[in-house]
Design a protein around this ligand. Structure first.
Ligand code: P6P
Length: 336
């Protein structure tokens, strides 16, 4: 059991012992964690807070924005603008990057986020979450541009998510393992509840939206068919399936007890590599999963090695228990 310490004490001790959390990064993490508390309060109000339903606008993905998508995005922007730790931000909910206004000092980091992932679950009271990724600013004379964000996921300085579920839980990494904090609503503090997190290399649980199966590439169909064949099939063991429809909830489950999460390429829109976004969904989750001993690929290559070409580009995602991810990836490499 981890020592029950606060997020601030954890960050200070990590910097003292490992030198991994310089002042601006510590401020960034504390500001994002505080913003997640505010989002949790808004989410928890539900119908009592006039925060449900749609905002009447679409985001850059062409998806209808929920009121809480817009609220969460604004909370993160306002919380992070003034601190002097960021040069710019990017969000699923904004077409282009948001450069820190000139009235504030610019910092060493760039923050990307999906402010409220799983929006379709908001109105039906199912767990949703915030996902964030931290990159280092690339030094040059000209101002920050979108191109400065296009760094492979292996260059992330930090990543994390907050899941708004039965508990409100923050999971983060700065590249030396994972730390999990649970929100103590009586004191308003993030309390360290786990810091020795390892994803089992094998699993009997997969997470995928089965209704799309007929549209997948053959290697993906092969993998899932073998799971469904159970004890009498080539895997010689039975599998269980879970699909929440919120990446944060499905990934938190596999970080907690193992599993493999899949959102694959789909022949209905063959030009799209997948549904999920590389920069602020797949990259942060891949960093977290690898830091807990798991693996993350786009069914062919390691996600953290991918060189982004667009801020909002999409990617296929296979992540979680290492041996299952390697099996899915091997089938795709064999099967073309
Ligand atoms: P589907 C939520 O909209 C999201 O981006 C992820 O959080 C989730 O894993 C996925 O889409 C669910 O997609 O097609 O099953 O609704």
């Amino acid at each position: 059991m981890s020592k029950r310490i606060s997020l601030t004490q954890y960050l200070v001790e990590q910097q003292r012992e490992h030198g991994t959390i310089p002042a601006q990064l510590r401020l960034l993490i504390e500001v994002v964690a505080r913003a997640c508390k505010r989002i949790a309060i808004a989410v928890n109000k539900g119908a009592l807070g006039d925060v449900l339903g749609t905002a009447g606008t679409d985001n850059v993905q062409g998806e209808v924005q929920k009121k809480l998508d817009v609220i969460s995005n604004e909370v993160l922007i306002e919380a992070n603008e003034w601190g002097g730790h960021l040069a710019a931000m990017a969000s699923e909910e904004m077409d282009s990057i948001h450069v820190v206004p000139n009235r504030y000092p610019q910092g060493e980091y760039m923050l990307l986020f999906d402010p409220l992932d799983g929006s379709s679950n908001i109105d039906v009271n199912i767990s949703i979450g915030t996902i964030f990724s931290v990159l280092r600013k690339i030094g040059h004379a000209r101002g920050i541009s979108e191109e400065d964000f296009l760094q492979p996921g292996k260059q992330q300085a930090a990543a994390g998510y907050c899941v708004y579920g039965p508990q409100t839980t923050l999971v983060l990494t700065v590249g030396s393992g994972l730390a999990m904090f649970t929100l103590d609503r009586e004191t308003g503090s993030w309390v360290l509840t786990d810091s020795d997190i390892r994803i089992p290399e094998d699993t009997q649980e997969f997470a995928v939206n089965m209704s799309n199966m007929r549209h997948w590439a053959p290697p993906m169909k092969r993998y899932i068919d073998e799971c469904l064949a159970g004890k009498t099939g080539p895997r010689a063991k039975d599998f269980n399936m879970r699909w929440v429809g919120s990446m944060v909830a499905d990934v938190h489950r596999l970080i907690t007890r193992g599993g493999v999460f899949i959102y694959p390429w789909d022949q209905r829109e063959p030009e799209k590599p997948g549904k999920l976004r590389l920069m602020y969904e797949a990259n942060p989750m891949a960093f977290l999963v690898e830091q807990a001993g798991g693996a993350a690929t786009n069914a062919k290559e390691r996600i953290l090695d991918l060189q982004p070409t667009k801020l909002h580009e999409r990617v296929s995602v296979v992540l979680g228990s290492k041996n299952e991810v390697e099996r899915v990836t091997a089938y795709h490499r064999e099967g073309g």
